[in-house]
Design a protein around this ligand. Structure first.
Ligand SMILES: Cc1cc2nc3c(=O)[nH]c(=O)nc-3n(C[C@H](O)[C@H](O)[C@H](O)COP(=O)(O)OP(=O)(O)OC[C@H]3O[C@@H](n4cnc5c(N)ncnc54)[C@H](O)[C@@H]3O)c2cc1C
Ligand code: FES
Length: 234
């Protein structure tokens, strides 16, 4: 579906992009779209940070070819999106718990979307970024800037000694996800996993993950998984 760019704020390394769809697409937090510019043939997955009516917003780290092209878009330009795809947080988690949300860099996007949709399920939120560059485009008092705090998000949460009844929802680098799993043993942890994706719909078999029920595809069976059911070392 073609979408019109209606808002754009960026720094050198980050982009906050607002697009308008031609019809309302309801997106559950944790689901993603395959996104591309009109001059680029390889769509790549991006979660949604906010969605209201026909407006969908993305928080994007500018790391390569596609994201560099997205950063250069102007208001009124068009992008192509396919989706939403994947299993969301709310379809996967135990809804009788409250959760601490831990986002790493732009992995914060689906968790901010979750907080917006299900505030009653959120105990606390931490959106970790290395530097304060993000502050000029992301307006929340839940940012954890490593270079300002002097400790990592995980170290900070450990010191706050969360109740064992609380669970964690995590999205970020694989290293961060592994660290949460290792540091908070005995807690329920759900994570949105990343993979390089070709099709985004389970066809190309390019994003496998080993689970207790066999090999699954991150794009179709996830990206949100209960970490007690997946082998992150596979
Ligand atoms: C379900 C899902 C949701 C995502 N949501 C977001 C989001 O909301 N915001 C956001 O900024 N990014 C998100 N990503 C990551 C995004 O898809 C990649 O950063 C994208 O491929 C960048 O495209 P590019 O052409 O600019 O850079 P590329 O040339 O594709 O990659 C640039 C660099 O990043 C590395 N890289 C790319 N993808 C991955 C990966 N999956 N794992 C490890 N390293 C990788 C490459 O090795 C390369 O060094 C998401 C990924 C998934 C799977
Ligand atoms: S990206 Fe094709 S199967 Fe997951």
């Amino acid at each position: 579906m073609k979408c019109k760019v209606i808002g754009k704020e960026n720094t050198e390394n980050y982009l906050f992009l607002s697009v308008e769809t031609s019809e309302i697409i309801n997106v559950l937090p944790g689901q993603f779209f395959m996104v591309k510019t009109e001059d680029y043939d390889f769509p790549k997955p991006f979660s949604v940070i906010f969605q209201k009516g026909k407006v969908i917003e993305f928080l994007i780290a500018v790391v390569g070819d596609l994201t560099g092209r997205l950063k250069k878009l102007k208001i009124g330009d068009f992008i192509d999106i396919r989706g939403p795809y994947g299993k969301s947080f709310i379809e996967t988690i135990d809804k009788n718990k409250k959760y601490i949300l831990i986002g790493g860099d732009c992995g914060s996007a689906p968790l901010m979307h979750f907080k917006n949709e299900y505030p009653e399920l959120v105990e606390n939120e931490y959106y970790g970024f290395r530097t304060n560059e993000i502050k000029s485009i992301l307006d929340t008092d839940k940012l954890h800037i490593d270079e300002e705090e002097g400790i990592s998000v995980i170290e900070r949460i450990k010191r706050e000694n969360p109740s064992k009844n609380t669970g964690f929802l995590v999205c970020g680098s694989l290293n961060m996800i592994k660290a949460v799993k290792n540091e908070f043993k005995g807690y329920k942890v759900y994570a949105s996993l990343e993979a390089r994706m070709g099709c985004g719909v389970g066809m190309c078999k390019g994003c496998p993950i080993k689970t207790k029920d066999g090999i699954k595809m991150i794009c179709k069976d996830g990206p949100v998984f209960d970490l007690s059911e997946v082998d992150l070392e596979w």
